[in-house]
Ligand binder design. Structure first.
Ligand SMILES: NC(=O)c1ccc[n+]([C@@H]2O[C@H](COP(=O)([O-])OP(=O)(O)OC[C@H]3O[C@@H](n4cnc5c(N)ncnc54)[C@H](O)[C@@H]3O)[C@@H](O)[C@H]2O)c1
Length: 267
């Protein structure tokens, strides 16, 4: 626990589970006030309970605000709450997202649109709504979650990858366009995490866990806390000169040229 985010009013979307929940806990433990968003209200309430349980004097409070990030009106209301209740918004972490793998040729148009709605449109709505309240104060930090599937191709994740690649461009565009007006914008790219959404998919693949771990240079899956730590840094004033970047937090998996990799015998 510390005070790296002391007093920062923060919204985290998709914080009823996984990376968003871990980030809510870490942000609060660093002194931020966290508005915990999720479309799943019981997940959001549970995160708030966990924050309260972990709280000690000096750590920030948390409140739940269920909303669907694919609905711009609900997103506007989510952001309006920060200014109404706390007078400002310092950090907007557009984290909600996810998709199950599905072959490109078989995907229905409805499914395709729903994947883009959650993983791209929702991030745009959150960013736009946050900018509207941050710009008058000439101060604000926007974070977004992309994915390895947005950095390069992953089988059966084409629509998700398109959306996540779009998020990378949005993050850079906002940094370039609004940097002169006090806004920083950065994108975090998690590698394979042991979070509930990913693990439920991995469980459907024989030897999935072992195969993933074997491809990661540090030889383990990431944890939601790995992402949360990076988000804390990017949201803090320590990162005041960091803007417009994509930070892979992936144990090195995206650093490898995609050729078969062989270990040399131990000496
Ligand atoms: N887990 C991984 O391995 C991994 C890898 C790369 C990127 N990511 C990205 O990280 C982010 C968080 O993923 P996670 O692994 O924590 O997943 P998760 O499934 O554990 O959590 C995602 C949360 O988003 C919420 N959500 C879904 N639709 C929503 C909506 N319309 N409005 C508001 N909330 C909504 C869900 O209810 C859930 O609580 C996502 O953007 C995901 O694409 C995850």
């Amino acid at each position: 626990m510390g005070d790296r985010l002391a007093g920062k009013i923060t919204i985290i979307t998709g914080a009823g589970s996984g990376i968003g929940r871990a980030s809510a806990l870490r942000f609060a433990s660093e002194g931020a006030t966290v508005i915990v968003n999720d479309v799943n209200s019981s997940g959001a309430e549970e995160t708030v309970k966990l924050v309260v349980k972990a709280a000690r004097a000096g750590s920030g409070p948390a409140v739940a605000h269920p909303a669907d990030v694919t609905d711009p009106k609900q997103v506007d209301e989510l952001v309006a709450r920060a200014t109404r209740d706390y007078g400002r918004l310092d950090v907007m972490f557009n984290n909600a997202g996810g998709a199950q793998p599905e072959s490109t040729v078989e995907m229905t148009v409805e499914k395709y649109r729903s994947i883009l709605a959650l993983n791209l449109d929702g991030v745009f709505y959150g960013t736009q709504a946050a900018l509207r309240v941050m710009l008058p104060r000439k101060s604000g930090c926007i974070l977004m979650t992309t994915s390895g599937a947005g950095l390069g191709a992953v089988h059966h994740l084409a629509a998700y990858g398109m959306a996540k690649a779009g998020v990378i461009n949005l993050g850079k565009s906002v940094a370039a366009e609004y940097g002169p007006r006090g806004i920083r914008s950065n994108v975090i790219s998690p590698g394979p995490m042991g979070s509930p959404g990913f693990m439920s998919w991995l469980d459907t693949i024989e030897g999935g866990l072992e195969r993933f771990e074997a491809e990661v240079p540090v030889r383990r899956l990431g944890t939601p806390e790995d992402i949360a730590s990076t988000a804390v840094f990017l949201a803090s004033d320590e990162a005041s000169f960091v803007s417009g970047i994509v930070v892979p937090v992936d144990g090195g998996i995206s650093s490898q040229y995609p050729t078969p990799q062989f270990d040399l015998p131990d000496v």
